[in-house]
Ligand binder design. Structure first.
Ligand code: HEM
Length: 416
């Protein structure tokens, strides 16, 4: 990856080369423009650790309710109209709400995500990891993205929403459609297509919700339909649909990206493979440092409800602000030698890869469980990881706010 830092004028976060390796740009912005007005979008990007935390904490000034900024689409919102007509239009829940409205969603969901539900999923995650490795271990190579990093979190969520592992393609189609409109501008035709696909998902989910209401299991869908009480209204079908939308889009590509970046780090730091094999407890440190070092969610959005001043920059009311978690995680004022990958660093879990404050990732217990199980099994069963085409960088999807790898051919030796 390139190490030369661009000048401020050379930076464009719409440039696929910068999206594939944004870190030199972050170094420039930290020094010269910590709050950076992105010329192509008019958004303000916040890159310093303390500034990111200040924005996140001040939910009165920096709102998550981005009604005015419904993605990158212009013109009439055909996607929403179709959803409204034939299914459930998007409503603002959880991530798209501010306190106090957010409190109800969070209190009800915390019970689903930190309790026995995740514990019940853990053994299945370990089995799934082994099954996926079994499928390619004899080949001595795999296309790691499609054979491991994508199916692992995909199947975990797909099973929660009542799909069979063999239906992973259907699940991926649904998840891609749900994410599409937030990732890049779409034509009217594409908007119709993503709406039709999302409708297919919504009608499937509605049936599963009704089934879990009648026949509860120890899974996320059952947890969601049963959530309520303690003075809180249970979720309506409209809310349930929207919450599932967030869990699918929030929990899939993020974990896939983390798994890909983790593998790249094992390739770049081969001595760690044996260390992690011999000391499985160090896998936890590896997980945290890899999330800091190559954060899957590079940044997310807020909207200024009033004029604000941040680190010497004036942000006018109505501006969209992007809190750049990945840049904050490389801030030299917070992390010593931030561009060095060091699993022994102090304060290893101080990163903001899962965000911070009231919107801190609800799925982080599940995500950590998936990442730890994956690396423990990978290093104990395989070793000597290499890129099959070392001269070629892994392929990246374009995205302004995620860090998605698209293809990664990996070779390895079998250890057990
Ligand atoms: C390595 C994997 C993951 C990363 C890096 C990640 C990252 C994040 C970040 C940065 C936020 C904060 C959003 C904000 O401040 O606006 C967040 C929130 C969220 N995440 Fe994750 N996430 C991961 C996995 C998951 C999983 C597995 C799920 C669900 C199954 C999930 C569901 C959510 C939801 C629903 C929110 C919104 C929470 C709220 O607004 O209260 N995430 N995540």
């Amino acid at each position: 990856m390139s190490q030369t830092a661009p000048t401020v004028d050379e930076i464009s976060f719409l440039d696929p080369a910068i999206q594939a390796d944004p870190y030199p740009a972050y170094r420039t912005l930290h020094k010269e423009r910590p709050v950076y007005l992105m010329p192509e979008t008019g958004m303000y990007m916040v890159t310093k650790y303390e500034d990111v935390r200040d924005v996140i904490k001040d939910t009165d000034t920096f709102s998550n309710n981005l009604v005015a900024m419904t993605g990158m689409q212009s013109g009439p919102n055909i996607q929403q109209e179709l959803l409204k007509e034939k299914g459930w239009a998007h409503v603002q829940t959880l991530q798209r709400t501010d306190p106090p409205q957010h409190d109800r969603y969070r209190k009800l969901l915390n019970k689903v995500f930190t309790g026995p539900t995740v514990e019940a999923i853990a053994p299945r995650i370990r089995t799934l990891v082994d099954e996926l490795i079994d499928r390619f271990i004899d080949k001595g190579e795999c296309e790691y993205f499609s054979e491991f990093a994508l199916p692992l979190p995909g199947i975990v969520i797909a099973e929660q929403i009542g799909l069979d592992p063999s239906e992973i393609k259907t699940f991926k189609k649904w998840a891609d459609a749900m994410l599409a409109a937030t990732q890049r501008p779409l034509t009217e035709e594409q908007l119709r297509e993503v709406a039709e696909t999302e409708l297919e998902a919504q009608h499937h989910l509605a049936k599963v919700f009704e089934d879990r209401r009648a026949n509860p299991r120890q899974d996320i869908m059952s947890g969601l339909v049963q959530a309520g009480g303690d003075g809180f209204e249970p979720f309506s079908m409209h809310e349930l649909q929207n919450l599932m939308h967030q869990l699918i889009t929030g929990g899939y590509e993020t974990t896939t990206s983390a798994l890909c970046q983790g593998m790249l780090l094992l390739i770049e730091h081969p001595h760690l493979v044996k260390r992690l094999r011999d000391n499985p407890d160090d896998v936890d440190k590896f997980v945290e440092e890899s999330l800091r070092f190559r954060s899957p969610v590079q940044g997310l959005f807020r909207q200024a409800t009033r004029d604000a001043d941040l680190n010497g920059t004036h942000i006018p009311k109505g501006s969209v602000v992007m809190v750049r978690f990945a840049a904050a995680n490389r801030d030299a004022e917070k992390f010593d030698d931030p561009d060095t990958f060091d699993i022994d660093r102090e304060g290893i879990a101080m990163h903001v890869a899962f965000g911070a404050g009231v919107h801190r990732c609800i799925g982080m217990v599940l995500a950590r469980e998936e990442l730890r199980s994956a690396y423990r099994a990978l290093v104990s069963r395989l070793g000597n990881f290499q890129l099959k085409y070392p001269d070629k960088e892994p392929e990246y999807e374009t995205s302004v706010f995620l860090y998605p790898v698209a293809k990664m051919h990996v070779t390895f030796d079998r250890v057990s």
